[in-house]
Design a protein around this ligand. Structure first.
Ligand code: COA
Length: 168
């Protein structure tokens, strides 16, 4: 079954991981032998949590999924896939607004590495409007964001925004 159950990389900023991401990890873990949930570097995004903090929050948020693992990488996602023997990239497709960017990145990856397939999963409708920056914004202004994140992420956001008043 190796040809239909390869190693998959789910790359993203995960700043922080949300329940929308966790749902994608759960579903990917049923499709693939191993899922690497990998924090990559976005060229234009200024990080809120450090890479180490994000990896730690991912680990805690997916600890019940035995074949999923949190990690981080620098450089191109493709090079990371090759280094880890992964042949699938997972991406979540939430709305039409995601499509153009994902289409361009998918085509570029396909051109550069035809041996790696990009697989798009559509998140559950109730989670489709969530994004990491939206949750940070709700947290920053004292709103109730707990239903969009796991407990460790909720605690980390509260520690930054509520307890320390960080507006970073
Ligand atoms: N649930 C909730 N939110 C989701 C989601 C889901 N299922 N899927 C995506 N999102 C949100 C994220 O929270 C994020 O929100 P934000 O903008 O508020 O932070 C947004 O959708 C998109 O983020 P993400 O999926 O993390 O991708 P990204 O656009 O930040 O890209 C990398 C991050 C690391 C994947 C990308 O920059 C990359 O590949 N970097 C390496 C260099 C490279 O290979 N570039 C491509 C060359 S072809």
């Amino acid at each position: 079954m190796t040809s239909t159950s390869p190693i998959a990389v789910y790359p993203g900023s995960f700043d922080p991981i949300t329940l929308g991401h966790v749902e994608i990890v759960e579903r990917s873990a049923r499709l693939f032998a191993k899922v690497l949930v990998a924090v990559g570097q976005h060229p234009h995004k200024r990080g809120f949590f450090t890479t180490e903090e994000r990896v730690d929050l991912i680990s805690k948020s997916i600890e019940t999924i035995p074949n999923a693992e949190a990690c981080a990488y620098e450089g191109l996602t493709l090079d990371f896939c090759r280094a880890r023997g992964a042949t699938v990239i997972i991406r979540g497709l939430r709305a039409v607004a995601d499509f153009d960017g994902e289409f361009q990145m998918g085509l570029a990856n396909r051109d550069l590495a035809p041996e790696i397939e990009t697989v798009f999963l559509i998140p559950r409708p109730s989670l489709q409007f969530i994004s990491s920056s939206l949750i940070r914004e709700i947290a920053m202004y004292g709103g109730n964001f707990s239903r969009y994140v796991t407990k460790p992420v909720e605690e980390a956001l509260r520690a930054r925004y509520v307890d320390r008043g960080d507006r970073g």
